[in-house]
Design a protein around this ligand. Structure first.
Ligand code: 5GP
Length: 332
């Protein structure tokens, strides 16, 4: 890799200030950049220090030296504690609430390799296009479900949701494919073991869950599939197949969260929550952000439901008119 690659673009997943870098040979030659910036790699001849330009709308971004991927990998291997997110209580929230655990776990919900995206990610610029899915992630109780429901209600022709599978008996008047896809327990267990489910849980002795393939029913109908999922699913979903727009709904402060719930109560939306729950939501939110930040396209701090909803709608509309930087393997 000794030739000049001017067509290589990388999204940085960390902040960099050459003035604070003790390794750089000459801080004045360094390039300052922020988490999320797209960098054009002008030269990667030197194994440790690449020549790069910050990509801006006006093409007038600064150029300078940045630490190479291998250099940054070595450095981060020394300083980053390896937090095993997959063992945390965030897994399968629904299962936890119902207090009934099933023994096996899908291979999808474990082994998230956080190092994938902690340094640089190769990206390509694409003309405006619609993403196939919208993934809303965030801590429990910070509003992702409400945002999803609002989208589905306001524009049912543009947005759709996946239909879950269950192995419970069909009730009078129920139809397969309306509300649920009905199946038998054995098939469902096999499919769960085979990793075909995005999430699942057990309720009253019956299995319920969302099959990954069900997303295609929605996208094939020409709709954007809105998914409100555990962030552990991002690894399976952030692919060219599902082309997601990933939005993180961040918790505001515990006080602001409490105010929002108090306001909801005045309007008749009664949810039982204690001070501890607000604090927990804020902690969970920060934890999700720390681990999965590199996979988010956008972060919305939900300190007002109406504002958060407006921001989300605007961002979705912009996708149809502005060029987008996406993972390189999404390209044609
Ligand atoms: P019902 O059998 O009355 O239609 O649903 C009972 C419960 O099953 C729901 O309240 C919910 O807790 C659970 N459930 C429904 N769909 C799903 C799903 O897609 N995944 C999981 N894990 N649980 C579900």
């Amino acid at each position: 890799e000794s030739q000049i690659k001017s067509q290589k673009y990388m999204r940085a997943h960390f902040n960099y200030d050459p003035k604070k870098d003790r390794l750089i040979p000459c801080a004045d030659a360094g390039l300052t950049f922020s988490d999320g910036d797209v960098l054009q790699i002008l030269s990667s001849e030197d194994p440790n220090w690449w020549q790069a330009r910050v990509v801006t709308k006006d093409e007038d971004g600064q150029t300078g030296l940045i630490p190479s991927q291998p250099l940054e990998e070595k450095r981060k291997a020394f300083v980053q504690p390896d937090y095993d997110y997959s063992k945390s209580s965030l897994l399968c929230g629904l299962k936890r609430r119902k207090k009934k655990k099933i023994k096996y776990a899908t291979k999808n919900t474990t082994d998230f390799d956080r190092c994938d995206l902690s340094i640089y990610e190769e990206v390509a610029r694409m003309p405006p296009f619609e993403r196939k899915t919208l993934i809303i992630v965030g801590a429990t109780g910070v509003g992702r479900r409400s945002l999803k429901e609002r989208l589905l209600k306001d524009d049912p022709r543009r947005f759709g949701a996946v239909m879950p599978h269950t192995c419970r008996e069909m009730r009078d008047g129920e139809v397969n494919g309306k509300g649920y896809f009905f199946t038998d327990r054995e098939t469902m267990e096999d499919d769960i073991k085979a990793g075909l489910y995005l999430e699942y849980g057990e309720y009253n002795g019956n299995l319920y869950g969302t099959k990954i393939d069900s997303i295609n029913h929605v996208t094939n109908a020409g709709k954007m599939c809105v998914l409100d999922v555990n962030p552990t699913s991002l690894k399976i979903l952030k692919t060219a197949e599902f082309m997601p727009f990933v939005v993180f709904i961040a918790a505001p402060s515990a006080e602001a969260l409490k105010r929002m719930y108090d306001y909801g109560r005045q309007k008749g939306i009664v949810v039982r929550r204690g001070d501890d729950d607000y604090r927990k939501a804020v902690e969970e939110s920060a934890q999700i952000e720390r681990v999965y930040k590199g996979l988010f396209d956008m972060t919305i701090v939900n300190d007002s439901f109406e504002d958060a909803y407006k921001q989300l709608r605007m961002a979705l509309n912009d996708l149809g008119t502005e060029s987008q930087w996406v993972p390189i393997n999404w390209g044609p």
